[in-house]
Structure formats: C-alpha cells, structure tokens
Ligand binder design. Structure first.
Ligand code: TEU
Ligand code: CA
Length: 558
C-alpha cells in the first residue's frame, strides 16, 4: 500500500461555534481556535477539521452556505483564516475545511437569482418543478429534517424546489456541468490558499435517481426516507471521480467522505488505492439501532453490538483502504453517553471506549471535548433545544403517541445539541468558553469535567488520550498501530472486546472488559510489556488477565 502523509496522524474535529470565543459575543471564532493551537499541538493533533465557517444564515449551523469563498463575520475574517492556516502549519498541523456542496443556503446569490428568474441560467442550478396548487408532489421523498423535500419556490406559487435537508438548504443540481465547474473552481481556490483538504458533507446525496418517483411510504406521513431513493441512484463514483480529477488529485489533498449506507461494490471506488476519497468515516457503530420510524424507535446499543459493528467495518475494508474511527461528531450524541450503559460515566469506562476505538486500524478522529470525556447536554424541555433535527424528531415522537416527557427523553438521548455545547476549558464562568453569554448553554457538569482539572491529574481521561496519541506516534509501535492487521480475539466471549494488531515481528493485544463486573481473559502467550492501561495495575498471572470492571489495556506480546 502506498504511504500517505496523513496515515500516521491523529485528527481532531472542531465545531467552531462552540470551541473558544475570543471576543465575548458568545460565539466561538477563528481567533479563538488559533489561540488554542498550542493546546492541540501539545495533545499530539496533526490534522484539524473545521466544521463550516463560511458566511451562513446558520439555519443549520453553517451547513447552509451563502458564500463559499468567504468567512462569516461571526467567526472572523479571511485574515483570521489566513493566520490560522499559517499558525497551524508552523505547528505541523494541517487544516481541513468542510465541503458542503449537496446544497447551499436559500440566501446564496445563486438561489436568489433562481427565484428571480426560474427560467434562466440559475434556475437550472437547482431542482425546480412546475406545480399546480393541490396537485400531487413530484415525488414523496421525506427531507432529512422532516416534511416533504419539496417547498414552494419563493415568489412562484406555481413552482417547487427540492431540498433533501431543511427548506433553507436547496439542493444544487449536480447534473448541470456549470454547477460542477463552479464547485471545482471554488475547491481549488481553497486548496491554493493552503488548506490541506476537505471533509465532504452528505456527498452521496448529490446523485439522485432519475426520473424522480415515489418510493414505498415508511411512516404514517406517506413519505419515504431519502435513503430509499439513494439506494437506487447509480454512478455516484463517476461524479466523484470527475471532482477528484479536477481538484483533489492535483494537490494530493486529504479528503474524508461523509458516506452512509455505501454499497459494498463501491468501497474500492471510494477508498481504494485509486479511490475518490482518501478515507471516509466508519459510521457502522453510529447507525446501530436506528429505525426508519425516527429517533423515538431507536434501540440502545449493547457492548456486543458495538464490538461486532467495529469488527464488521474492519473486515470490510482490510484489503481496500482506511476508515476513520470516531465515537462521536457534531451530529451524534456524546460517545460516552451513547455507548456506555446508562449511568456509567466513570473515567475508566470512558477510557475503555476511547482506547478500543482509537486502536482500530484507521485514522482516529477525536471530536472536541471527547478528550476530556464530555457528556450529553441534558434539556428540560423542547424550548431549550437549538438543533433543527431534534426539533423535528420531537414532533415525530409526539405524533407517534409519546407524551412530551417521553419525547424530551428521546431528544436527550439523540439531540445534536448533545455534542454542540461549549468546550469545557476550566471551572470558571461559562467553563472558560466565553466572557459573554454562550449561544448554547454550557453543560452544568463543567465544574467537574473540564480541561484545567484534567491537565493536573495524572489519571485523567485527557492524560489517557494524550498517551494514546503518543503511542500512535511512537516510532517503535507506529508501523503496527497504523498499518498492522486487526484480528479479533475471543470474539465470542461476552462483553470482552479484544483484538490483535499484527505488524512485522510485533503483536499488540488491545483488550477491554466492557462491563461493570470483573472477568478473566485467557492470554494467548507471554506478555512482554503493558503499553497502556486505564487502571493502576493490570493483573496478569499465569496465562490469565484478571480484568477489573471496565479495565482496558494494550499489551505487547512476546
Ligand atoms: O449530515 C448529513 C447527514 O446525512 C446526517 O444528518 C445523516 O442523515 C444522519 O446522521 C444519518 O444517520 C451532514 C452534517 O454533518 C450535518 O451537520 C448537516 O446538518 C447535514 O449534513 C446537512 O448539511
Ligand atoms: Ca466570538
């Protein structure tokens, strides 16, 4: 396999609005990020992904872009961006932007122009259809944030436009070569500027199945999830290949695709040696328990489910390429709240989850706050919720007959606000995030869970992550950790998640006791060294590892 500059690194996602506010307006910003680069460098981070900072009405927190080549004044200026890029580079950190091109904002000049003259050039940049009031919709697809994908085109009661997400996010028509050319031009402009690549948003959605038609309804609303259409759309990799040829490949850029439910046959085309992306996220664990009915019908994830999903993903790509390992991101609940059993929020358990995920083969992406074990943000009522997806799912739950209390409980489990609360820097006012009023409330647990406290504590979750990252960079072990094969060990032993990482002449055994009771793990051979453990001692006696509750360790075998 060809070696790439990004293979051995550890990546970190920043949600700029909630990371660090430098000017007291309650909104995190670019100077705030620049001010924390020393922190990130010290942690061992070498790739930074910034969620969108482009001008935006923030209807979907920046995933609705009104100018692809600018910076939203709330996040700073282009000069701030240039400074961030330069300062990051000086610290050996590459910056990756968020590429959101399935849709733009309804406030983007392109869409404004399409509304002004739907028959003109920009009318063909979107999906616009004629519609007589009262007539059936062009098709019954449900938008990701609820309701039909079709909304009336502003100023034109006889026309509809398509949005697979919110109505303020009209889909761009990727079948139109003019649209594609303009997007490629914009991508190259950023690459010329010095960004090292992109995380590519909702990219599977750009290829629709034509002609548009109804799919079987999957809820009482008579609509059909967009995934049902996407499953039939063909030729996505042709489109992506063209994009890669015109942009990324010319710059050796790093790209990570946000891809859900990909087809098995497409994997090599996505992340193989000559794939269109460098890598893509492993969402195999994140989608566990999902239901087409909505969040209220989601099942909880057991340790066994988690283990099997991880191993399944590893198996799928072992001869193809690399995935990115995550336990959370800005769309997901906090990993420690989601994957650990209810009420189990001990530092040991958090380290176990982090360690098991981090040591898989692939590029580890930490999400801001994960390194200190940040937890879900509880809300008392729907009025406190910002996330448009959670607001929709609250209504879906009520429509399904849940009481408001039950619906709030559902939101508390899955709301995207969970991961979007401000970073907990210290125990001071607003957790040190802002001197003003934070745009989203700070998790009340910040006096207990914050970076300042964990930096001084040799046993903290933060210290543990720092050691994990250092181990990945350690020249003695990095070959095995980055490129070594993953081989499950004692896969059938319940609530034990263990796997070998096999390198040339070196074998590591990564093992976690994924439960609140002790259990024994038979050792496959002599242990040369304990490279990392989440508890003080690792009881290794005569061929057996007596694992304490939630014990995690990385062993080097003789
Ligand atoms: O998310 C895309 C997306 O497809 C998810 O909402 C997905 O449908 C769901 O998690 C499937 O389980 C991206 C961004 O990450 C998100 O923040 C944006 O809201 C969305 O695109 C629209 O740009
Ligand atoms: Ca600010």
């Amino acid at each position: 396999m060809e070696r790439k500059w990004w293979h051995g690194k550890t990546a970190y996602q920043i949600y700029p609005k909630s990371f660090c506010d430098s000017n007291g307006d309650g909104i995190g910003d670019l100077p705030g990020i620049t001010g924390k680069l020393d922190y990130l460098q010290d942690l061992g981070i070498e790739i930074l992904w910034l969620s969108p900072v482009y001008p935006s009405p923030l209807a979907d927190q920046g995933y609705d872009i009104s100018d692809y080549c600018g910076i939203d004044p709330r996040f700073g200026t282009m000069a701030d961006m240039d400074r961030l890029l330069a300062e990051a580079r000086a610290r050996g950190i590459r910056v990756v932007m968020d590429l959101v091109v399935n849709h733009c904002s309804d406030e983007h000049p392109w869409f404004r122009e399409a509304c002004r003259d739907p028959g003109g050039k920009f009318g063909r940049w979107f999906y616009i259809r004629d519609h007589r009031p009262g007539a059936p919709l062009p098709c019954n697809w449900r938008s990701v944030f609820g309701g039909s994908v079709w909304s009336p085109l502003p100023g034109h009661p006889d026309k509809l436009y398509l949005h697979t997400f919110h109505k303020k996010q009209p889909d761009l028509n990727w079948e139109n070569p003019e649209v594609r050319d303009e997007i490629y031009r914009m991508i190259n402009w950023w690459l010329e500027k010095g960004v090292s690549g992109f995380r590519i948003d909702a990219i599977i959605n750009i290829r629709k199945k034509h002609p548009f038609r109804d799919y079987p309804a999957d809820r009482a609303d008579g609509l059909s999830a967009i995934e049902n259409m996407l499953a039939e759309a063909e030729g996505i990799t042709d489109l992506l290949g063209e994009m890669a040829d015109h942009t990324f490949r010319k710059y050796d850029a790093f790209t990570v695709g946000e891809v859900f439910h990909e087809k098995e046959a497409d994997l090599p085309l996505f992340i193989g040696e000559h794939g269109v992306f460098s890598t893509m996220f492993d969402f195999g664990e994140n989608v566990l328990g999902e239901s087409p009915l909505g969040w209220y019908a989601r099942k909880t994830v057991s340790p066994e489910d988690y283990k099997r999903a991880c191993f399944r993903s590893q198996k799928r790509v072992e001869n193809v390429g690399f995935l990115c390992s995550i336990i959370e991101n800005h769309d997901e609940p906090r990993g420690v709240s989601h994957y650990l059993p209810e009420g189990v929020h001990t530092p040991a358990a958090k380290k176990l989850l982090g360690g098991l995920n981090f040591m898989l083969r692939g590029l580890p992406f930490l999400y801001q706050g994960q390194e200190i074990g940040m937890e879900n943000l509880p809300c008392g009522s729907i009025d406190e919720v910002d996330d448009i997806s959670a607001r929709d799912q609250y209504q879906v739950a009520l429509d399904a007959g849940l009481t408001p209390e039950e619906a709030v409980a559902v939101i508390n489990r899955f709301s995207r606000d969970n991961a979007r609360s401000p970073f907990q820097w210290d125990a001071g006012p607003n957790a040190g995030f802002t001197s003003g009023t934070p745009w989203l409330r700070v998790n009340p647990n910040y006096t207990r869970i914050n970076l300042a406290a964990q930096r001084d504590d040799p046993d903290s979750v933060w210290r543990f992550y720092k050691r994990l990252i250092a181990l990945r960079r350690n020249p003695v072990y990095c070959e095995t950790i980055v490129y070594g094969a993953v081989e499950p060990y004692l896969e059938e032993q319940e609530n034990l998640m263990a796997y070998f990482r096999r390198g040339a002449g070196q074998t590591l055994l990564v093992a976690g006791n994924f439960q609140g009771e002790a259990q024994d793990m038979a050792l496959p051979g002599a242990v040369k060294a304990v490279l990392l453990s989440n508890l003080e001692d690792a009881a290794l006696q005569s061929g057996v590892f007596h694992m304490a509750p939630w014990q995690f360790a990385i062993l080097e075998l003789a």
